[in-house]
Design a protein around this ligand. Structure first.
Ligand SMILES: CC(C)(COP(=O)(O)OP(=O)(O)OC[C@H]1O[C@@H](n2cnc3c(N)ncnc32)[C@H](O)[C@@H]1OP(=O)(O)O)[C@@H](O)C(=O)NCCC(=O)NCCS
Length: 372
């Protein structure tokens, strides 16, 4: 039995061979991802499969365990995947990404007609990609778990709300041909599924909604569906029309993450944590705490607004927990209060106010176009 890796640009195909035949394979994709405004290197795991006749023989366990070690040696900070239930928890992955589906009735969205602006609307062309990427990267600057898009890897929207579903789109421009907003949705004759919207100015929102409403009327569809995080400005705006939001928190599947290298992860998010402390009422706090998980131990030393990070234990106060819970705290999927209720962690009692500042609740999100 052996494992080989084939590198194709940022994709690394890992195959497990038995008697020189491939039985299991997966791909590790090299991404840059945000935690707050910080960037970390994320290994996206995709295309996980064992040949049907070779299943339940422990081959994928071997490949997944080896791949975690591989990502460690290749310098990844965290890993993410969108997976089947009750499988990836075996390899330290924890649910970190809720999914959100917001619906507005077509009839209600038609009310946007009263506030339309004077804009040009057309499809996204190849030469618009710089403006679209700029708008995406600017608007997602602080969005935890959002993927950094570059022209090299993102020259067009690759899919709609699922793999194999072709996308469609439009741009909104002002009279000087400046891109003000874009929307991407499923190419469909029945549904209006919006998978991504970004805009420079909130005043284009009624125009966006009215375009969606017109599409829905054409498709004889009673509602518009928007896949977006609930704190997105357009999701907040949609409340005025009346809307329904369904958020799913899967038990042990779908968008999951784990820590690969705890030390480099904390070094990379140091500035973000420092900002969280200085923006809080603990701006003048000085003290240290050790965070220990099965991926190692780091000490965070806070000194009047500045933060130093050391490997190992160099503090009296501590938080000891599995890395699968630490990653949920780091991306703000679970609150400190919720995590501290678990029986498999230990914490110094005085640390709670500081932990609340270090790990605030967030709305981690990966846009559907980036799902792998
Ligand atoms: C899921 C899949 C990759 C598992 O591969 P495999 O080589 O059979 O897995 P292993 O034999 O190494 O099993 C490892 C562990 O997972 C468990 N397991 C296997 N298939 C599972 C499944 N579909 N769901 C949950 N657990 C599963 C095994 O019982 C074993 O548990 P243990 O080691 O704790 O005793 C394989 O069934 C497959 O290719 N399925 C179709 C494609 C797919 O669903 N891929 C995942 C996309 S996210």
């Amino acid at each position: 039995m052996r494992i080989r890796t084939e590198d194709k640009g940022r994709e690394h195909l890992r195959e497990l061979l038995v008697n020189d035949e491939v039985v299991s394979f997966l791909v590790v994709i090299d991404y840059q991802m945000r935690i707050g405004k910080a960037l970390v290197r994320m290994g996206g795991i995709g295309r996980v499969e064992t040949k049907e006749e070779q299943r339940m023989k422990g081959y994928m366990r071997k490949l997944m365990e080896d791949t975690v070690e591989y990502m460690k040696s290749e310098g990844y900070d965290v890993s993410m995947l969108f997976g089947i239930s009750n499988f990836y928890t075996k390899f330290g992955y924890a649910v970190c990404l809720p999914s959100h589906k917001l619906t507005v009735s077509t009839r209600d969205a038609e009310n946007a007609r009263g506030d339309l602006g004077d804009y040009k609307i057309r499809k996204i062309e190849k030469e618009d990609i710089d403006s679209v990427l700029e708008l995406y990267n600017e608007n997602n600057r602080g969005r935890t778990c959002s993927i950094i898009r570059t022209k090299e890897h993102f020259s067009e929207f690759p899919k709609g709300s699922s793999s194999g579903q072709p996308p469609d789109d439009f741009l909104i421009m002002d009279n000087n041909e400046q891109v003000l907003a874009y929307a991407v949705f499923d190419r469909s004759e029945q549904e209006v599924n919006i998978i991504e919207v970004e805009s420079k100015q909130d005043k284009v929102f009624p125009t966006l909604f009215y375009e969606f409403a017109k599409m829905a009327v054409e498709r004889r569809c009673g509602h518009i569906t928007l896949f977006m995080p609930p704190d997105h400005p357009l999701a907040e705006f949609s409340r005025r029309y009346g809307c329904e939001l369904i958020t799913q928190y899967p038990k042990a599947g779908s968008g999951m993450m784990r820590i690969i290298n705890q030390k480099t992860l904390f070094e990379k998010i140091r500035g973000e944590i420092e900002r969280r402390i200085s923006d809080s009422n603990l701006g003048g706090y000085s003290g240290s705490l050790e965070i220990r998980a099965d991926t190692g131990s780091v000490t965070l030393q806070v000194c009047a607004g500045s933060l130093n990070i050391f490997p190992g234990r160099k503090a009296e106060d501590f938080l000891h927990l599995p890395q699968s819970k630490l990653i949920q705290l780091v991306v703000g999927y679970r609150t400190v209060r919720d995590i501290l209720g678990d029986s498999d962690l230990e914490v110094s009692s005085s640390l709670k106010p500081l932990l609340n500042v270090l790990f605030p609740k967030e709305s981690p999100y990966v846009w559907l176009a980036d799902h792998f």
